[in-house]
Design a protein around this ligand. Structure first.
Ligand SMILES: [Zn+2]
Length: 269
């Protein structure tokens, strides 16, 4: 599942394949960009902002700069291929955009929120995001300030709200709260050390940069990469209690009821 580290990795793949490269053609398979042709444009850089991807481009003759924005959501992906390589990652009907050059072809599958905007107006697409856990401007204090502004929200929901901090998805949310011994239903205002919690989230994402297997346990072996995420009814790695799974807000959450005791006044029923 694409979380901040996966998007960061994807941005790096695109950067290595296309940065400094002049595009020879483009093929957008979404209605809003169907007439767009990026032939002649040069890719300046590829960057991530939380879970958003930003491909920055320069026009052939003018000094016009534009950014191609995409969001992976649950199932999106970008792949870079050699010009003569078969596009094998996903079925062709999932392709939303193809960017061609003499040295590489980038194919975007099942992308969401594809948009081409002047680079100076990127903020209209990503300006609402909180500090990016993997960004150059990561700011613990600002993330804590934004979280603390809504003390009654559950910490499980608040960590997923990209307006507070950008890059945490459901895996890291569940894992961070387990490692900190915090029930996902705890109100933000009752979390003892918000700075420690977001700092740990940042460390977990940063540790998974540069590889596609996400692990919070230190193990890359299948079935051993998480403490609670995806482990419903399996024994807690610390205390042996069966891990639980329940809906929290719009997402499911996994937790150990012993290692992450309920905060009084939080759980309905
Ligand atoms: Zn436990």
């Amino acid at each position: 599942m694409p979380e901040g580290d996966t998007v960061w990795n994807t941005a790096r793949v695109l950067h290595r394949a296309l940065a400094g490269v002049r595009l020879t053609g483009s093929d957008f398979r979404v209605p809003q960009l169907a007439a767009t042709d990026l032939a002649g444009w040069t890719v300046r850089e590829s960057a991530s902002r939380g879970k958003h991807l930003l491909l920055r481009l320069a026009a052939p003759e003018t000094d016009e700069h534009r950014t191609l924005h995409s969001h992976l959501r649950m199932e999106g992906a970008w792949r870079a291929y050699a010009p003569d390589e078969r596009w094998s990652a996903r079925p062709a009907h999932l392709i939303r955009v193809v960017l061609r050059s003499a040295t590489a072809v980038a194919v975007g599958y099942h992308l969401h929120e594809l948009a081409l905007v002047p680079t100076a107006e990127e903020h209209t697409l990503v300006g609402h995001l909180g500090p990016d856990l993997l960004g150059p401007d990561w700011d613990v204090d600002e993330a804590v300030r934004r979280l603390a502004a809504h003390p009654d929200t559950t910490i499980g929901e608040a960590l997923l709200d990209q307006r507070n901090l950008a890059g945490v998805g459901n895996l890291y949310k569940c894992e961070v709260l387990f490692l900190r011994g915090i029930s996902p239903w705890t109100p933000v205002g009752a979390v003892p050390d918000l700075a420690g919690t977001v700092t740990l989230a940042q460390k977990l994402l940063a540790a998974n940069r540069g590889r596609w297997t996400q692990s919070t346990t230190g193990s890359l072996h299948r079935g051993r990469t998480s403490y609670v995420y995806g482990r419903r009814a399996q024994p807690c790695r610390r205390c042996g209690t069966a891990i639980r799974k329940e809906e929290l807000g719009e997402r499911v959450t996994y937790w150990c009821p012993v290692c992450q005791p309920d905060h009084p006044a939080t759980r309905p029923g």
